[in-house]
Write a protein that binds this ligand. Structure first.
Ligand code: FAD
Length: 464
């Protein structure tokens, strides 16, 4: 019997490591609550994980087996379990962050001293870090070239679930409270394999064909919302990709087929940032480009607090920040707007934003969150040029013209017409007072801050 050690691959089908573990007989699936990893968790993410684990355990139980659950140090738990059940190999799916890689080396070493192998598999990405390189053999730092190679590479088909599951029961699943977390304040989307499959099916059934037109419209809610599922591996990347290929094959028009490819391009962004993190692990805490460390961020505590609370007086920014608190998720376009606002209007270090997102997003993963922040702050690989600064008012007007999204998340503006909302920064105090007395005036002047941001970046680059 072989063991499969689940981590952020909380599914039974299309799981490379699990399929390998079940190839020659029974597989003993295991999940270990590791306090060193949990300390990086947050209520929405851990709640989503627990819900997904509960469903996974049920899936195994329905087939006469069980998910072995334990809490503690995997360098002790896994060797003991392998020896007790005579397992020669513990399988897992490779992790790409520094934390995951350090943990896995320690577990491999501990297993090795008992004569057990740790075999890691390529599962979470279609193309592993190192498998897509420039013609000179370097990792890509420009997405477009990466994407072309990624798109043209053959993709594996989804893997079957294993047939025989060992029936070894460990501990009960702990509650959030037992793991040291409070209930999330956000109302999060359901976790688990079934919810993931339903999301995918409903997305490829229609919305995917309008993705190109509607993906930047936060009120349209036309994106796949698969990010938390991808984060926790409740659905496999091959399953998602295969569904998009089927959708492309039956696309009703050329434009619809192009929209499918646009979506696949987003799947490739996810992989691009995983490659970046793998090759440049310093980006977790530092700017990708060293010279950007010289940026003299303004870092005003009150302004950062207003941003976190969604009280900046810039309606689209506040709507996004409140959506984050309410749902532990935020629309991609709005993530870009709020990130630009923090770094280029408030001139605050992107790391404040990254930390806030890490604490509140159900889909937070180091690679994408960091990639998104360094892109917006103009400090990352293939980032937004520093002189291209989003205007938060025109972004709101362009992407939420009827202010539908804004009104949904900012109740103080619920009864205010779209024109007034989109010209909030130009209104007099009396006009604002009469339109929405509870909603704040803009905390900064965008035009003025834009000039300050440009000067700040130029100074750091020695261009002033
Ligand atoms: P869809 O539009 O349906 O896209 C499908 C999938 O493609 C997503 O589920 C995701 O896996 C991937 N994807 C889409 N856009 C991006 C992108 N720009 N970069 C990388 N992958 C992408 N995404 C996360 O998964 N976790 C994060 O912690 C995260 N933090 C972000 C922080 C900032 C500042 C920004 C600007 C973006 C961040 N993103 C993050 C990327 C993106 O916003 C989300 O992946 C997307 O909003 C998730 O919604 P969806 O599943 O409906 O996306």
């Amino acid at each position: 019997m072989d063991i499969h050690w689940h981590r952020d691959d909380l599914r039974a089908t299309d799981n490379v490591g699990l399929a390998a573990a079940g190839e020659d007989g029974e597989v003993l699936p295991v999940f270990v609550f590791d306090d060193r990893v949990l300390q990086h968790g947050s209520p929405p993410r851990v709640a989503f994980m627990l819900e997904s684990l509960a469903e996974l355990r049920e899936w195994y139980r329905d087939r006469g087996g069980d998910l072995y659950v334990a809490r503690g140090d995997p360098t002790a738990i896994l060797p003991d379990l392998a020896v007790e059940h005579d397992a020669e190999t513990v399988h897992c799916n490779a992790g790409y962050s520094g934390l995951a890689r350090d943990r896995d080396s320690a577990v491999a070493e501990a297993l090795d001293s008992d004569g057990v192998a740790l075999e890691d598999h390529e599962d979470a990405l279609h193309h592993e870090p190192g498998s897509i390189r420039t013609n000179d053999g370097d990792p890509y730092s420009v997405y477009t070239y990466f994407w072309k190679k990624w798109r043209d590479r053959e993709k594996a088909d989804p893997y079957d679930a294993p047939d025989a599951i060992a029936n070894v029961t460990g501990e009960d699943l702990p509650t959030l409270f037992e793991l040291g977390f409070d209930e999330p304040e956000a109302d999060i989307e359901p976790g688990g394999m079934t919810a993931a499959r339903e999301r995918l099916d409903s997305f490829v059934d229609g919305p995917i064909y309008e993705y190109e037109d509607l993906r930047d419209d936060p009120a349209a809610d036309n994106t796949s919302k698969l990010s938390a599922h991808t984060r926790w591996g409740t659905i496999g990347p091959r399953t998602v990709y295969a569904a998009t290929e089927d959708a492309a094959a039956s696309a009703p028009s050329e434009a619809a087929a192009e929209a499918v490819e646009e979506y696949q391009g987003e799947l490739a962004w996810r992989e691009f940032y995983h490659h970046v993190l793998y090759f440049y692990p310093h980006v977790v805490t530092e700017n990708y480009n060293e010279y950007e460390e010289g940026i003299d961020w303004r870092d005003d505590a009150d302004e950062i607090a207003a941003w976190r609370e969604g009280e900046t007086g810039y309606p689209i920014v506040d709507a996004g920040m409140r959506q984050l608190r309410a749902e532990a998720w935020m629309h991609n376009r709005v993530r870009m707007i709020v990130a630009s606002f923090l770094t280029k209007d408030l001139l605050a270090d992107w790391r404040h934003g990254y930390e806030h997102f890490r604490d509140h997003l159900v889909d937070h993963n180091t690679a994408n969150d960091n990639g998104g922040w360094q892109w917006a702050a103009s400090t990352g690989t293939d980032a937004q040029p520093y002189f291209r600064i989003f205007n938060p008012m025109s972004q709101g007007e362009r992407h939420d013209p009827d202010a539908e999204y804004i009104r949904e998340y900012v109740p103080e503006l619920a009864g205010v017409d779209a024109d007034t909302i989109h010209s909030w920064h130009e209104l007099s105090e009396a006009e604002r007072e009469s339109a929405a007395p509870e909603y704040p005036a803009p905390i900064v002047d965008h035009s003025q801050r834009r000039e300050e941001a440009l000067a700040m970046f130029k100074r750091a680059r020695g261009e002033d």
